[in-house]
Design a binder for this molecule. Sequence first.
Ligand code: FMN
Length: 371
Amino acid sequence: MTVNSPHPVPPEGEAGKGPPCDFSTLLTLDDMEAEAARRMSRMAYDYVASGAADELTLGWNAERWRNLRLRPRLFSDVSRLDVAVELFGHRHAWPLLLAPAANQRLLHPEAELATARGAALGETAMVLSNAANVDVHTVAEVAPRPLWFQLYIQPDEGLTRDIVQYAEHAGASVLCVTVDSPVEGVRNREKRAAMCLPPGTDHPNYLGRRTGPRSEMTLDGVRPQRLDAPLMGWLCSISRRPVVFKGILTPEDAERAIDLGAAGIIVSNHGGRALDTTPASVEALPAVADRVAGRVPVLVDGGIRRGTDLLKALALGATAGLIGRPYLYGLALGGAEGVAHAIKILRMEFLAAMALCGRASLAEIDRTVLW
Ligand SMILES: Cc1cc2nc3c(=O)[nH]c(=O)nc-3n(C[C@H](O)[C@H](O)[C@H](O)COP(=O)(O)O)c2cc1C
């Protein structure tokens, strides 16, 4: 969905302030985005909503789930729906996680702490971004278990190792390594909006040792971060937690990820924020799931906005999905309560979609759910 925001409301630096939001009037995740667009500063809204370059992948992510048709099955007992799922030895109440997202202080003064509280209210696991504004130890005090930590590999291997150990020590039980961004995407809309963080905002999970950006992209040159196979293999060898590679789009890379030691894969184009004109996640998912053939869990994110989108993701072979922007709009609208509201909407819709398709358990969701 694209929303034209009638900004500027509220002024910069006023994230999370303003009259309380009446969540009962917001029935869909798109309603939440529209309300967030009205209330957020233009800069904050554009930071969240934007994608890379011409935002074609961003648009396809949302649109392509909707192109798939469902094939309901009647005459099955759906009076009890079982949606719990196990991932890496941990039980999840349902097959959804909150995707990692940087710089949440831009959206709410409590930043990732409010997200963690909202995730707990919604019984949904979160992936804390390496570029969060709250320390992973602090988040771990309120986040539901399991807590996942997302890592950006650093130019200094010693710092990468220390971040991994720091997150493990905080109680992170899965390490999610983002592999699709040797450089940031070409974020034209974000640059035009002149994204800047409130004064005093920190990135504590770089342990105060980040001396510069991990990669650089200016008109004078591009200096990408090394993310090659030996480095990723090394990373898997030093982590004491299962490592999930986030940002896989092709079966070949899925195969390489497993060879390198990945315990799981997230099919993702970074919400359309990395390389524009890559396919929608839903287009990439089936071939990856086929190649992986159940050897490791395959998750997917990008454009999941309806319960039916999540159902389709599982039908195409995903074990779980993740959402990014929808919970960020919830955070901007009302902190933990807003995050929990976004989760509730999607969960209710997902349960309804299962019942209407005649599937009482996740095990019954396969490609026959699709027309
Ligand atoms: C504002 C914002 C910040 C993000 N920051 C990160 C990040 O720090 N690390 C990362 O791996 N992905 C990051 N992502 C990508 C998300 O993890 C996820 O892949 C994407 O948002 C999913 O698509 P969706 O927003 O359409 O649900 C970010 C996305 C957004 C919108």
